[in-house]
Design a protein around this ligand. Structure first.
Ligand code: ISJ
Length: 383
């Protein structure tokens, strides 16, 4: 019997990887000590200067081992992002008196949808244990939360290829719920079919309308495919698996497809190479965001229809040095041709600048409402 000549080397690699994991865990432990010290001394979590000088010095040291600088940057981007998010989480938990032990969380679709992955990801970072509640549409997520059936709801708000998810903006218009968090997920749509199916056998594709929009260029190459809209990507996968038909396919994610026993026929074909969806987390109660971490505040605003009304409102933000990261407008239910503006702002709701700006906005707009203040989780280590 011939033994695999790679085995001794792989054993050594395994040992090194174990040591690397131990080191990463030790570094995380130090980040925990750092945040406890920062809490006592009231020092901000983020220290951009420190991040810059650390990575610069590591790149220099890496040269001694012939390590590529881009490799070091990418590696430390992930390590520092994890460290900052861990510190933010610890700080927020302390401020909001710990997490709910077993939280119920609602999302769109049966298991395997993108919203399900986002809900799990949020839960693994912020909650101890969750009970999952799948909903057949976005309205149901809002209603379950409103009625107290669940503690949190996770819904997509925008995608880097298809833009804003209008249905969510419309639901936010009349809600009393609060945005308490955000998270972004890379999305890789796949064409999924039952085993032993070839791509040229497919004539009908099932999915939620969003993936069809995000992959319109790819779909132009298959003009004969019949497109059928479903409530969610996972209900599409469930349907295709149950049908057992070789001419049917679903568009959804690989992990979800595995749950339903489907195989990947094609992947990585969204219009934008980096296809990312940002999700928001909703709750009945607002959270307090520490002034030691970067925060975002989302507001709803209705201006009058006079010339320059929106410009005047945006000038208020500029005059208070508040950075706007997103501006979206949607028609107002029941009043044709009037618009509601949704604005994402960098900053804490309780900062002086934000409070002053909101007071002034209330004076010059017809309506202003805060939808939520939450930790900015779009952390990019500065290099
Ligand atoms: C660990 C710290 O907190 C943050 C995380 C850093 C890291 O992981 O190296 C560096 C600077 C801070 O943005 C720190 O301040 O030293």
């Amino acid at each position: 019997m011939t033994t695999n000549p790679l085995l001794p080397l792989r054993d050594k690699i395994n040992e090194l990887d174990k040591a690397l994991l131990e080191l990463v865990a030790k570094r995380r432990e130090l980040s925990t000590q750092v945040i406890n010290t920062k809490i006592k001394a009231n020092i901000p979590v983020r220290d951009i200067q420190r991040e810059r000088s650390l990575v610069k010095s590591l790149i220099e040291q890496g040269k001694n081992y012939h390590l590529d600088d881009i490799f070091i940057k990418r590696l430390y981007q992930i390590i520092i992002e994890d460290s900052v998010l861990l510190q933010q989480k610890i700080l927020q938990e302390k401020l909001n008196h710990g997490t709910i032990k077993t939280a119920k969380i609602a999302f769109l679709g049966p298991m395997g949808s993108y919203s399900h992955s986002a809900a799990r990801r949020y839960a693994s970072a912020h909650l101890e244990q969750i009970v999952e509640s799948s909903c057949s549409n976005f309205k149901d997520v809002f209603e379950q939360l409103d009625k107290g059936v669940v503690d949190y709801g996770v819904v997509p708000i925008e995608n880097s290829s298809s833009g804003s998810i209008n249905e969510i903006y419309d639901l936010l218009q009349s809600t009393n719920l609060h945005i308490i968090g955000e998270l972004s997920l890379p999305i890789d749509h796949c064409i999924l079919a039952i085993p032993n199916t070839q791509l040229d056998q497919i004539d009908t594709v099932y999915s939620h309308p969003q993936p069809f929009q995000q992959c319109s260029h790819f779909l132009e190459g298959y003009p004969h495919w019949k497109i059928i809209f479903c409530d969610s990507t996972s209900s599409a996968m469930e349907m295709v698996a149950k049908s057992n038909k070789t001419n049917y396919a679903a568009m959804g994610n690989k992990d979800g497809g595995e749950l339903y026993g489907l195989q990947v026929l094609e992947h990585s074909f969204a219009n934008q190479k980096e296809n990312i969806t940002r999700f928001i987390v909703l709750s009945r109660d607002p959270v307090h965001v520490s002034d030691q971490i970067p925060a975002k505040t989302t507001i709803l605003m209705k201006t009058g229809q006079q010339a320059g009304a929106l410009v005047d409102a945006l000038s208020v933000l500029r005059n208070h040095n508040i950075v706007m990261t997103k501006l979206e407008s949607r028609p107002i239910h029941g009043t044709p041709w009037e618009e509601m503006f949704y604005i994402d702002l960098q900053g804490n709701l309780y900062s002086d600048e934000m409070q002053n700006a909101l007071k002034q906005l209330a004076k010059i707009t017809l309506y202003t409402k805060v939808l939520g203040c939450y930790p900015n989780d779009s952390i990019t280590a500065v290099m």
